[in-house]
Design a protein around this ligand. Structure first.
Ligand code: ADP
Ligand code: F6P
Length: 323
């Protein structure tokens, strides 16, 4: 192995830069040439590839986002897109690719690997919906951003007889919402994995004040049937009967833009380093993630064939703790 490239794809996540830095530094330490692909798979298709040295990855470990940029690239889902990407890799004499990203990005990595190109994935998405890693790069920082917002909302909630709703990201996965609800001490949580009746949520929020609590907060996953928009609508429609107002905060991309905390810097670093070691050991077609506290790898074929599930016991725990 002489020349490898690294790409970040899909939603950026805090800690991606730490992973890029580790791939570059460990690759260089092995005497390889390391290249970066700009703007995700879009840059791979157009050949937006640049050499990366130690100085290019200096001073980035503490930064959120990705110094290489990222993209959603529908073209890469097509056979033509993937073949164009392969031609660019060949034109630049790249022998292997490290793909840092989430579910969609690793599906793309698997596609390249099936076409015969050596690829190793690094599990990175704030959604934590990727099979093959108990926790992915970016989750911890995104969670801490959500908690800061929830803590602040509690302060103002305590001064008014109002209920507050916080919507967090996660696509179709309720992990961020559930963990934010537990760690933030919320009174209710709504996740896509379980059907929720807004009337029950209203009951839980009312009970919080009736039981003498100073605040009533519900955390909602954006992918839930009753997300922020739907809940706001429901509360407006039934306000007189419900007897209280709901104030809504959608955290949106704010969660993604945080500076990576120590956990994500270390996870990014360890994962990036492990990806290079896999390649050095002649392995490919694998995803690097954190499993039971250890850096481990899972075949990309298993990653794309499986769905990570939410631990429903934690949902029960959240409900008991909310009383
Ligand atoms: P994430 O990787 O964060 O889940 P996306 O789902 O948007 O983000 O995927 C990132 C990119 O991965 C997509 O824009 C596309 O280029 C590529 N991708 C997604 N799904 C596939 C697929 N089924 N086959 C090939 N490439 C895919
Ligand atoms: O996958 C990460 C994520 O932040 C999701 O939580 C969210 O639904 C989506 O990306 C938003 O995508 P975009 O940045 O393309 O609007």
């Amino acid at each position: 192995m002489k020349r490898i490239a690294v790409v970040t794809s899909g939603g950026d996540a805090p800690g991606m830069n730490a992973a890029i830095r580790a791939v570059v530094k460990i690759g260089l330490a092995k005497g390889w040439d390391v290249f970066g692909v700009r703007k995700g798979y879009a840059g791979l298709i157009t050949g937006d590839i640049l050499p990366l040295g130690e100085r290019e990855v200096s001073g980035i470990i503490q930064l959120g986002g990705s110094m290489l940029g990222s993209a959603r690239c529908p073209e890469f889902k097509t056979g033509d897109g993937q073949r164009n990407a392969l031609s660019q890799l060949e034109r630049n004499s790249i022998e292997a690719l490290v793909v840092i990203g989430g579910n969609g990005s690793q599906t793309g990595a698997h596609a390249l690997s099936r076409l015969g190109f050596p690829v190793v994935g690094v599990a990175s998405t704030i959604d934590n919906d990727l099979y093959g890693s108990d926790i992915t790069i970016g989750v911890d920082t995104a969670l801490n951003v959500s908690l800061e917002a929830i803590d602040r909302l509690k302060v103002t909630a305590s001064s008014h007889h109002r209920a507050f709703l916080v919507e967090v990201m996660g696509r179709k996965c309720g992990y961020l919402a559930l963990m934010a609800a537990i760690a933030g001490g919320a009174e209710a949580v709504i996740v896509p994995e379980q059907e929720t009746d807004p009337e029950d949520v209203a009951g839980e929020l009312r009970a919080a004040y009736d039981n003498g609590k100073a605040h009533a907060i519900v955390v909602v996953a954006e992918g839930a049937r009753y997300n922020a928009e739907e809940m706001e609508h429901y509360f407006q429609e039934h306000q007189e009967r419900l007897g209280f107002e709901l104030r809504v905060t959608r955290l949106g991309h704010v969660q993604r833009g945080g500076a990576p905390g120590s956990f994500d810097r270390l996870l990014g670093t360890r994962s990036g380093a492990a990806a290079v070691e896999l390649l050095a050991n002649g392995k490919q077609g694998e995803l690097v993630g954190l499993i039971k506290g250890e850096i481990a790898s899972t075949p990309l074929s298993d990653v794309v064939a499986n769905t990570k599930t939410l631990d429903m016991h934690l949902l029960d725990l959240a409900r008991v703790l909310a009383r």
